[in-house]
Write a protein that binds this ligand. Structure first.
Ligand code: ADP
Ligand code: ADP
Length: 225
């Protein structure tokens, strides 16, 4: 039973741009999948369908037991944690602690469990020391780690990340890759970062003009290009 199913998905923006054009794939529980392709290939549009920021115009998306529809978006967002390309879009509270607590509080969890989840997520992302800082004052790498903590605090089964190493310096990039290699969640990562693909993703999906050009073991994909 696959945890993610995308079948014949297409998406056209209001201005007529066909960003995703008949994409299909299945992802197993625990798999780490890179989504690669040039700027404008359709990676972000595809990823935005995996947690319901977009709903299918054509084709279907299933996450776990839930077919993606407007009605199942809440269930899907509990299953899929999305790390956006720009961490500033994800961090909006006065302190890092408040940002990481925001999701669990929204789930209506008891205070002790919220606190436990926040501290664990901060610890797993090596961000405990940042907890009282305002997010806007953090470095790019720190913001990205905190953005990942906000997602981990929700205990999602699936992590979806859109260019998580973009704008990071080499040291922050390396530490993020090392961090993520310790997570055994299902991961779907859109990236231009070859180290990230080779170190984290056993499988690579190549997208061009909204279509899948190749899908297979990462080493085979990069041998053949
Ligand atoms: P990628 O993530 O691979 O760079 P995107 O999914 O962002 O690709 O974009 C795919 C195509 O859709 C591009 O041609 C892009 O210009 C277009 N696009 C993205 N967002 C919008 C939007 N909000 N309105 C119209 N076109 C868009
Ligand atoms: P849900 O419908 O599941 O309650 P929301 O639509 O409230 O979720 O939020 C969607 C996403 O936007 C969440 O990931 C949340 O972290 C984020 N978000 C919610 N409220 C705000 C806000 N005031 N500013 C910025 N982002 C927010």
């Amino acid at each position: 039973h696959h945890i993610v199913e995308v079948q014949n998905l297409s998406y056209t923006y209001a201005d007529g741009t066909k960003a995703v054009d008949g994409i299909s794939f299945l992802i197993h529980h625990g798999e780490s999948v890179a989504v690669v392709g040039a700027n404008g290939a359709g990676k972000s549009t595809l990823l935005l369908h995996l947690n319901g920021y977009l709903t299918p115009q054509k084709g279907k998306v299933r996450i776990g037991d839930f077919p993606l529809t407007k009605k199942t978006i809440k269930d899907i967002r509990k299953t899929v944690g999305m790390v956006f390309q720009n961490s500033d879009d994800q961090l909006f509270m006065p302190t890092v602690y408040d940002d990481v607590a925001f999701g669990p509080l929204n789930l209506g969890l008891p205070a002790e469990e919220v606190e436990q989840r926040v501290l664990e997520a901060l610890s797993r992302t090596n961000s405990e020391h940042l907890k009282d800082r305002p997010p806007y004052k953090l470095s790019g790498g720190e913001k990205r780690a905190v953005a990942i903590a906000t997602v981990l605090a929700m205990s999602p089964d699936i992590l979806v990340m859109d260019e998580p190493t973009s704008n990071l310096d080499p040291r922050a990039r390396r530490s993020l890759i090392d961090l993520l290699s310790g997570f055994h969640h299902t991961k779907i990562i859109a990236t231009h970062d070859l180290d990230m693909v080779l170190d984290l993703c056993e499988r690579t999906i190549v997208i061009l003009d909204g279509k899948i050009m190749a899908d297979g073991p990462t080493l085979e994909i990069f041998q053949n290009t």
